[in-house]
Ligand binder design. Sequence first.
Ligand code: PHE
Length: 372
Amino acid sequence: VGGVKISRDDVVRENDPTNNVPDSIFSKIGLQLHRRDNHPLGILKQEIYSYFDNNFPGLFNKFDNLCPVVSVKMNFDDVLVPHDHVSRTYNDTYYINAETVLRCHTSAHQAELLREGHSYFLVTGDVYRRDSVDSTHYPVFHQMEGFRVFTPVDWEASGVDGTSYAAMDLKKTLEGLAQHLFGNVEMRWVDAYFPFTDPSFELEIYFQGNWMEVLGCGVTEQKILINNGRAGSTAWAFGLGLERLAMVLFDIPDIRLFWSSDLRFTSQFSSGQLGVKFKSFSKFPPCYKDISFWISESFTENNFCEVVRGIAGDLAEQVSLIDSFTNKKGMTSHCYRITYRSMERSLTDEEINELQGRVRDEVENKLNVTIR
Ligand code: PHE
């Protein structure tokens, strides 16, 4: 189940080159923020549950405790992700070993739940992606997947084909959900691409002056239904990121706050209270440190960000490329600016210098670059 702590020694062979999960990520497995009643993510999950319960009493089965360690087959093959899709790379996904990953989306559970006989379900869980460091990206976040199967009796009377029927029902259901969460907002549908749905859409809402992407969705590929015992039916699926919505609904300015155990954060939220605005406690000053190096072929920004996070943890607020050039010999230099800031206290010069020193050492030792 999903709440179990996993230690590296239990699952990774020593020096296994097919593993790229650092200890900083292992330490997050099993925390299950989405199952805490008084946490913004738990409150949002419950509110989405209420919408489905009110509109479709007893229909949707809910899962929020499925294990985030899944096979490559579940995460990618079963949902038809092509072999050359970027999401399969070691740069984007955390591999425990060549056959096992930390799920990068809750869609990893579609096929198994269909095979178990479920036709209507909501799956909430922690998902893992290698990514950059800034106020809206964190290598662990939370998604909710929705799935609904239709059989011919559902659409025959309507006069439209099964795919159109599923698409119409999907849009109606999700517009209702967006209204339930955000009130009377402007919405628009944007065409999208996902390997597991066709047609595919993104829902955007107009919020505080910007169009914001709320979720991805679509009509499930026939092949997934056929492969999992549902020939003859159609279905829709959606996946939404809970942090993205919670940041807007609760006015939470930095994604790291979700992981904070500081009472000044945790005490502000209680079960059933969606959208209570977060009152920032005083912001402590940031500290900027630059680092420049000559990169090599194998360099990626995600690898660099992971080094920074591995050392500075949640004290790393942002990593941004501020300069890049290639000299006459064809060597490319990158300069990154790291913003260090604690949300809970002032940092001392000594501790930041110590962190930056360790970042420099590890970048040089592990990333095959030459510090300038
Ligand atoms: N799995 C997709 C993602 O993580 C979201 C999605 C789910 C899209 C279901 C369509 C259908 O981006």
